[in-house]
Design a protein around this ligand. Sequence first.
Ligand SMILES: C[S@@+](CC[C@H](N)C(=O)[O-])C[C@H]1O[C@@H](n2cnc3c(N)ncnc32)[C@H](O)[C@@H]1O
Length: 223
Amino acid sequence: MADGCPHRHARCIDASEERAPVTTIEYRNDLRLFVRTALQSPARVGALTPTGPAVSALTASVVPDHPDATVVELGPGTGSITDAITARMAGSGRQFAVELDPGLAAHLRKTRHGVRVLQADALALDEVLAGAGVRPGGIDAVVSSLPWTLLAPEDRAALLRSVAGALCPDGTFSAIGYLTALPHKARSFRRQLEATFRETRTSSVVCSNLPPARVYRCRGPVV
Ligand SMILES: C[S@@+](CC[C@H](N)C(=O)[O-])C[C@H]1O[C@@H](n2cnc3c(N)ncnc32)[C@H](O)[C@@H]1O
């Protein structure tokens, strides 16, 4: 079981476990597309390379083990965390991925067939989920790797409220905090998490990730 894992059951995976991309060619295709998109839209993508396996597994560790889980990923990019979620869901439940970039969304649709890819702005989460037939309060886990600290504080707060409202009472939210973020923005994001959720846990920093990152896991909407 992963250290500090919010779920006390055998299915929680250690951060060192990973679902390797199916082939090296697929991995290279993902990497090429990611880097190209990051160079075209640096502020939107917020990282130069896809999230590594340890942080992907940690971020996806909030996915519960019951068979009819509904999981929503925000900012799937080329699918590194998407794959970790898929591995945990083991062919059951509903997996959604909300990606703003049209090229990345098209790539995911082509390569991740079990995932319902919604090409949309996560900032309009309420409408996006309603359009996909997901009822408010019906989501078991929201997994995100959005560049949170690059968003305007008011957009962050509004999106966190939407996430909290979308989760079921036992639902969990995860987000990545990159160490490259400006410290005051990272602190502001952390305060917003604590203002939105009763419990916010922070993993230790995973230095092997590029850039180094930590994972926040939040439960229990404040309102
Ligand atoms: C740091 S990258 C993470 C990508 C991927 N999940 C990974 O871990 O490698 C952030 C992703 O969020 C997407 N994104 C940024 N703003 C978004 C928004 N408002 N709505 C949906 N996706 C967004 C970007 O296009 C990019 O794919």
